[in-house]
Structure formats: structure tokens, C-alpha cells
Design a protein around this ligand. Structure first.
Ligand SMILES: [Zn+2]
Length: 171
């Protein structure tokens, strides 16, 4: 079982008693609580459907992403980046990376090249931000990339931190 699945299961566990002889759900919940705050909240939002953390996620993401832009602009950028993170499955293949033709033949999904995730086009992002594609590319594109990078780093760092806190990262 992946560490992500194991932690998400622990978040929903009703057995949170501690056992000094083995790792239990409470150990995983506590490890997540001690991991990077943004990454930890991102996991709760995406994998545990905990919508109550969404305002805190946006707040932390804005703080980490903002440089000298106006607050309202970076909030829109971060909301877009968060939306993309939460809804990243490739639509043609549903995230499986393969498509099945009417004759039953399976093939790699050409839309996502088999990865199962979707990277929105500049025109789609411009539409969501309600700006022209030219303005998107000139003003917003690098900022969206910055916010997406921040999300990816925070989310990935949680795996390593949780494994470390659970003593599973042996040197
Ligand atoms: Zn696909």
C-alpha cells in the first residue's frame, strides 16, 4: 500500500490507539500533522476530500507564491493552480493512461501520452482567468507555473517527510 493511501486511510480510522510495538493509524495521522503544512493540507484536501482546509491551503499557497504582485491577482492565480491540482485527470482516458477502442483494442492515450494527467493549455487557463491568451502568456503564465511548482514541491515533500517521521527512510 502506498504511503499516501495508508495515511488517508488512517485519517478516516476509528481505531486511533497507540501501540508502542507497531505502527498504527495514529502514528500516520501524527506524521502527516508534523509534515510540511501546505503539503499536509493539500493531501487532506485532495485525497481525503476535506474541504474545510481549502481556505487554509489557498492562504498558505498565496503566501508562498506571492512576490510583488497584487494580492487579488495572485489569489486568482493560486485558485487556478489549486483547481488544476485537484482536477488533474486526463478527461479522454479518465486518468488510466489507456483508451479502449470500440473493437476492444487498448492503446496508450494520445491526449496525456499515457500519464493519466492533464496539463491545461494556455488558452484554457486564459479562459478560466477571464483574460486574453496574449495577456495570459505575458502576465500570468510564469505566475501559474510558480504556483504549480509550489504545490508540486509541497505535495511531494510530504511523502518523504511522512516516511521519515515513521522511520521508514533508512540510510
Ligand atoms: Zn489520457
Amino acid at each position: 500500500m502506498s504511503i499516501q493511501r495508508s495515511v488517508v486511510r488512517a485519517l478516516h480510522s476509528t481505531h486511533l490507539e497507540h501501540d508502542p510495538d507497531q505502527e498504527t493509524a495514529i502514528d500516520r495521522v501524527m506524521a502527516l500533522g508534523h509534515a510540511d503544512p501546505l503539503g499536509s493540507l493539500l493531501w487532506r484536501l485532495k485525497w481525503s476530500d476535506d474541504l474545510s482546509v481549502q481556505p487554509a491551503v489557498l492562504h498558505l499557497l498565496v503566501r508562498r507564491t506571492r512576490s510583488h504582485e497584487s494580492l487579488s491577482m495572485i489569489q486568482r492565480v493560486c485558485a487556478l493552480a489549486l483547481h488544476e491540482y485537484l482536477h488533474d485527470l486526463c478527461r479522454p482516458c479518465g486518468g488510466r493512461g489507456i483508451v479502449i477502442a470500440a473493437n476492444g483494442v487498448k492503446s496508450r492515450c494520445s491526449a496525456c501520452r499515457g500519464e493519466g494527467t492533464e496539463t491545461p493549455s494556455p488558452s484554457r487557463r486564459a479562459q478560466r482567468l477571464r483574460v486574453s491568451e496574449t495577456e495570459y502568456l505575458r502576465v500570468y503564465d510564469s505566475r501559474v507555473a510558480r504556483a504549480r511548482g509550489c504545490i508540486e514541491r509541497a505535495s511531494k515533500s510530504v511523502s518523504a517527510q511522512v516516511l521519515d517521521l515513521l522511520g521508514k527512510n533508512k540510510c
